[in-house]
Ligand binder design. Structure first.
Ligand code: ZN
Length: 62
């Protein structure tokens, strides 16, 4: 299953979730249990927000 990054709109937390391609809804936030989450498009790695200038390869976060 693919690993997607999600952003919680309620507590502004970011988390990763393994989701089935057939999933019809976003996973709940592990921090506040809210389902007001949105999938982050991370396929290109650099979608605004991150101000770090390093050239670390994708997948470096744990
Ligand atoms: Zn949350």
């Amino acid at each position: 299953m693919p690993l997607y990054e999600y952003h919680c709109k309620k507590c502004n937390d970011d988390f990763e979730e393994l989701v089935s391609v057939s999933a019809q809804h976003n996973p709940a936030c592990p921090s506040c249990k809210s389902e007001e989450t949105e999938k982050k498009m991370s396929m290109f790695g650099g979608i605004g927000g991150a101000s770090g200038g390093s050239c670390s390869p994708r997948g470096g976060f744990t």
